[in-house]
Design a protein around this ligand. Sequence first.
Ligand code: OGA
Ligand code: MN
Length: 278
Amino acid sequence: MTTQDMQLILTGGALGVEVRGLDLRNALSAETVHHLRAAFLDHGVLFLRDQQLSEVDQVRFSRYFGDPVPHVREQPDRPIPEIFIISNVEEKGRPIGALGNEEIKFHSDLSYMPRPGSISMLYAVEVPEAGGDTMWANLYTAYETLDEQTKTRIARLRAIHKHPRPQQNPPVPASHPVVCVHPETGRKVLYVSPHLTSHIEGLGAEEGQVLLNRLITHATQPRFVWTHRWRVGDLLMWDNRCTMHRRESFDNTQRRIMKRTQMFGDEPKGDLVTHPTA
Ligand code: OGA
Ligand code: MN
């Protein structure tokens, strides 16, 4: 598909679309934004290569899709507070950003909050020669390919999501439907992850864990996952409401610097009434 000089190129994988022909240093027309939003909702991940963005450019582009907010883990002294640094680099003995160099298991951003992250965006400033790839799983396909018996079994279940670091969590742990309905597409999503889903509510510990592991193993099959090999100048955004992502580790002698913006959404909703009121 082509609008003006913009081309959309499918990755050919489980999700994702590349956009060519746009320079995000410039403001975009309403028509271009309309097509980008539609492509993003269709494909879950959207990226552009070879950009040369200031932090102001990245925030302007983010605003076409929502309201970027400062991250919950504050980085004081940032000139543009909506930009959060993801990096393993240390300066004067202190990390300049978050998330280090180790593997980060599959997760949807901020699912440990009552209102999780909706859209996240990374701009690649420095990337390692090897490692540090990020991969996304398509949670629509994960749901749709479950057998009917499993779909029925999980239809009304909810799960508790927790960050492994206790101090990150809200006082009341977040509970979300195991099957969520995407607020914009209306499609059903399997919303569980190995990094942030703690347990399924209302099931025995062992039964719940067996089911959770089975759902996660199903959702992370290679056929549902697409991997992005980063290049400097990549701007990539993802929809946490229908995808989860994992980052590979990389050698800590290599530098990796990403600039991130984060949008938030509503409370995830299931498609069935899970707690009927009397
Ligand atoms: C994130 C994240 C992965 C990466 O910013 O939420 O998971 O590739 N980052 O840095
Ligand atoms: Mn993440």
